[in-house]
Design a protein around this ligand. Sequence first.
Ligand SMILES: *Cc1c(COP(=O)(O)O)cnc(C)c1O
Length: 380
Amino acid sequence: MTESVTRTPPADVAEAQAAVEAAALRVLRSGRYDWGPEVPAFEAELAAWAGVRHAVGANSGTAALKLALLALGIGPGDEVITAPNSDIATTAAISHVGATPVLVDVEPDTLNLDPRRVEAAITPRTRALLPVHLYGHPADLPALTAIAARHHLRVIEDACLALGAAVAGRPVGHWGDITAVSHAPSKHLGAAGTAGSVLTNDPDLAERARLFSGYGQPRANSYRRDLLGAGQHFLVEGLNERLDELQAAILRAKLPFVAGWLERRRAHAAAYSAGLAGLPLQLPVERPGCRHVWRNYVVRAKDRAGVQRRLAEAGIATRRLYVPPLHLQPPYARLGYGPGAFPVAEAAAEQLFCLPLSHDLTDADRDRAIETLHRAVTAA
Ligand SMILES: *Cc1c(COP(=O)(O)O)cnc(C)c1O
């Protein structure tokens, strides 16, 4: 569209790749794959980056959610309120610690947990709210944390898509008691495999998350040579959901690039919003006072199938993410909600799809997606 569009991937993508390769080689040559220096170093660096006191490495975003729930002591008999339009990891984590997911519909603009509907779902068994920052837009954390405080509930943030997002100048991870981040390859800080993190300002929750991540034995016991001869001493029945040394080193190599990558995503999103304005599409919003980190640029079209097909024919791949809603899928039939239970989430799920967006998307490819979409919707 302009003369100055970038046609090749930005230089920092190759720079990051070189740093990742060096980091992986460093670990492979050290021969130290667990209980080494990379995991604690990554945790300190991520905590500093996110501005929280503690980060705890985990084996995935799913594991981070489970560790957050276990750290808070949430289990059988407890209810946790969350949204129906997330990755199954969110609700599965709740079920897998023995608690029950209670679903509440979302707000029409952000598709995040609707604070106006949450209080009606609170029962004497409710222990926590688990808002998901869907597609990278933060949930209404000021309203949700106020409700939680009134009802003595804990707040777990699912920031698996939203590292770097903020509300009212305060980043995600600073509002809830504890926060889960995914480092799946396609997330903002992606590993070369599976990884995740727990963030918290509470030292006791951090210690418990660590304990549950590593079999239930204090992590220090695995690092202190003088204790290695003394057997294994478990404080809780833990999991093996640790971050490994190789992924930690790779994440450390990529972390310095993330802030720049988020800015690039924001620039791509702004270009999409400017380039698509006026088309018969519902465009995503960034609410005033919110910082959206655009894991996905999600539009809604009445003739979604037709528009997606015409884009595919032009070689532009689009995706439907977090569709259909979880309550309409077989594992959650047991919750008994059924069609019509969450009209906002269900209506959005009928129309939404994601445009190409990544930190290494070129301006030229983005502009081609915009031009193709103009043709795809006017052909409808
Ligand atoms: C990716 C994701 C998860 C799970 O993270 P994994 O690292 O894939 O286990 C959880 N919640 C949301 C909203 C996600 O997008």
